[in-house]
Design a protein around this ligand. Structure first.
Ligand code: AMP
Length: 442
């Protein structure tokens, strides 16, 4: 088995890794780090919870130790793009943790907060910039940041960025980054749109894929309660009261639904907070902090808001409403059972959601056990449906597009001008950085 010392990382990086208590690299780290240290481009199929952040952060920091350089005016050496502010903050935190023993400045920019502070912060330049695409493009177009010195470009959760409609922003940003660079693209799933993106922007990439989604699902205890839609709120209160819950993450399909659940739980004496796209950044941070420090043990979230959030000790994931895309289910339940811990994922399935449950079971290649309602609950569970009868696919706008109102927000962003492409290239361990294919401006 590969150990961290086999990876030959600089001792400053190793010290930070050891301090985190990591003994052995996770599979994505063991596979990706040696290749990234050789400056290869990489297409990584991995979801959150696999240790992918360290898989790209550690070799990136190692590269900077190998080629130390001060910050340059409004520039960055490493650019990481992520779909949501939460994920961007989390990635930046990881970079800060792992670069504790070296000279490395990491900054984060995302929308929903005032831009002026970010403009000022970027003036002196940074080593690592973690950004959501929309805000980064705004900043670049205002001349607050120049991307012409980027040596390593990392696209994280690329499938999610495409789902959120960021493709045009991404292409414009990539067009501003030098062609000669190392490019890493991580995605939880591999639809054709991602292979097209990889084809266009990666140079002879190595492909690393870990933990097929069904494997993650196998580690989580899962159960389903068949229940009528109108009884779900009552059932949720009963489940929360009956279970020994440290932290429960409750998923709804819509922002409105999340707020409603929080209100109803509150009126039943259960304190919960919501996190979704209509919440301001300070509200989201406050909710997350309360959930992390244990002052609020129930967080109600939409898929987009929750994606990529790394919170330890989530004991329960409750699917108050079923996702209509099986992969989303796997992402949701992956919030629990992090780093090998056990967790329970409980799904409330109404009659019109049965189709989605069967679709999920097909994807994870297992049947989810049917559980009874808690002992003291007055809610009557629906009879267990015959698994051999294929339910009808629900009609209407909530079909199989998989988008909710949070996801649609990214659409319709203004088009931008193509930025200048940089000229100067840094050399790498083995000589010059290889040339990536020219980026297409859209
Ligand atoms: P990620 O997939 O990057 O969101 O990481 C998921 C979690 O695994 C984070 O809490 C990391 O701190 C943790 N982690 C990352 N690498 C390791 C490792 N080698 N050993 C133990 N935990 C790790």
């Amino acid at each position: 088995m590969t150990t961290f010392s086999d990876l030959n990382l600089h001792k400053q990086v190793m010290k930070a890794v050891t301090e985190q208590g990591y003994d052995t690299p996770t599979p994505i780290q063991a596979q990706a780090i040696p290749l990234l240290l050789e400056d290869r481009d990489l297409l990584g199929i991995a979801q959150t919870g696999t240790g992918k952040t360290a898989a790209f952060a550690l070799p990136t920091l190692d590269y900077m130790l190998e080629h130390p350089q001060g910050r340059e005016f409004k520039s960055t050496r490493v650019l990481v793009l992520a779909p949501t502010r939460e994920l961007a903050s989390q990635i930046a935190e990881s970079f800060q943790t792992y670069s504790k023993y070296m000279d490395c400045v990491t900054q984060t920019v995302f929308g929903g907060v005032k831009i002026n502070k970010q403009i000022r912060a970027l003036q002196k330049g940074t080593h690592v910039l973690v950004a959501t695409p929309g805000r980064l493009l705004d900043l670049a177009q205002q001349g607050a940041v120049t991307l012409s010195e980027v040596e390593i470009l990392i696209l994280d959760e690329a499938d999610q960025m495409l789902d959120m409609g960021f493709i045009h922003d991404l292409k414009k940003i990539i067009a501003m980054v030098p062609e000669e660079r190392q490019t890493l693209l991580f995605s939880a799933t591999m639809p054709k749109s991602i292979s097209d993106l990889a084809q266009q922007f990666l140079r002879d990439p190595v492909k690393v894929s870990v933990a097929p989604e069904s494997t993650t699902a196998e580690r989580v205890n899962q159960g389903v309660i068949h229940v009528a839609g109108p009884d779900k709120l009552k059932l949720l209160k009963d489940v929360i009261n009956a279970h020994d819950i440290d932290r429960a993450l409750v998923f709804t399909r819509t922002k409105h639904g999340a707020d409603k659940v929080v209100r109803k739980l509150g009126s039943g004496g259960i304190e919960a907070k919501a996190i979704h796209g209509n919440k301001s950044q300070p509200q989201r941070e406050k909710a997350l902090e309360a959930f992390k420090n244990g002052t609020c043990s129930v967080l109600v979230a939409t898929d987009i808001a929750a994606r990529g959030i790394d919170i330890d000790g989530v004991s329960h994931v409750i699917n108050f409403e079923m996702p209509n895309v099986p992969e989303q289910y796997v992402h949701r339940i992956g919030r629990t059972a992090r780093a090998g811990r056990a967790g329970l994922a409980l799904s409330f399935v109404a009659e019109d959601e049965l189709y989605y449950l069967r679709d999920i079971e097909k994807t994870i290649r297992m049947r989810v056990d049917v559980l009874p309602v808690p002992e003291d609950s007055e809610v009557a569970a629906l009879p267990t449906p015959d698994p051999n009868v294929r339910p009808l696919k629900p009609k209407g706008p909530s079909g199989r597009s998989g988008r909710n109102s949070d996801q649609r927000r990214g659409r319709g962003r203004p088009q931008s001008q193509r930025g200048g492409s940089g000229q100067r290239r840094k050399s790498n361990r083995s000589g010059q950085r290889r040339k990536a294919k020219p980026a297409q401006s859209s």
